[in-house]
Design a protein around this ligand. Sequence first.
Ligand SMILES: Cc1ncc(COP(=O)(O)O)c(C=O)c1O
Length: 333
Amino acid sequence: MSMVKLPRVALGHWPTPLHELPHLSAALGGPRIFVKRDDLSGLALGGNKCRKLEYVLADALKNGVDTLITSGSSQSNHALQTAAAARKLGMEAYLVLVKGMHVETQGNLLLQNILNSTVNIVEVADPSEMFTTMPRKMNELADELRSKGRTPLVIPAGAEFPLGTVGWVDAAEEIGRQLKDQEIDAQYVVLAHSGGGTQAGLVLGFKQLKLPLNVVGISTMYQKSAAVNEVVTLANDTARLLGFDVTITPDEVTLYDDYIGEGYGIPTEGCIEAIRLVAQTEAIFLDPVYSAKAMAGFVDLIRKGEFTSKDTVLFIHTGGVPALFAYHQELAG
Ligand SMILES: Cc1ncc(COP(=O)(O)O)c(C=O)c1O
């Protein structure tokens, strides 16, 4: 029986595959590596937001919501997943995006265009404003839509709130089951971190299940101190929502902020190397904003001896693949 007992609406296909990457392990001469394929979650070319939205939108349906409003960067995967989920559930989507890299109609913006979402791109000083100044803009839009008779729901960027995080608590249980069934003795889980909900859900879920997996986040946006606090807060608020009697403390959150490079959304050399390496060894495409930065960090940590051939590591592919096409100039070799 599932440890999460909240309503969920079906948007993806579960469980996503979990399989070994033997050629990547051999190329790196390091740990045994497995991947969890949430790039194959099934909604709008996949990604980690599908699990979050299954809980957020089950609640929205109960409340008669007919319009979704959310935020993100101009190549936001979360915004695409939200827009796609809206169509699947017969709703409209309004996307208030902060101007970042690649505002041309390519990648996620092309798919949003095809979905006929209403997109408003706002010029900002820093992409992190999707979490700070955009909520006000989204609330103003919600008021306007309400005055026109609609029932909107404002979803924070990345669905970074407890009900969204629940999706990744549930994923912890799915991963635990797959590792057991496949007799994989993994010690580490490595993934990309931005708002922190994915990491928070996994840390909480593994602790509740008493699974001794060390979750290692690789930051794509925030410096470590702020990011760790955010993961702790999200995990503990989610624990309360789910009625779990566990508390997460900062020392239980492992996070590296050394792989962001020049900034959020700007590919590093390591990130481009990681995209090519994983494609050429395993025929899996990583994305230039999140999963490839996480893989670049993982590769560097292997080269530094932080992970050795004695370890078994599960890498979470959190999706984002459509952005590859927007970044074609940076990526073409
Ligand atoms: C492809 C991809 N990976 C990872 C993340 C990071 O997830 P979280 O915001 O839960 O830390 C995001 C968030 O936008 C994403 O789009």
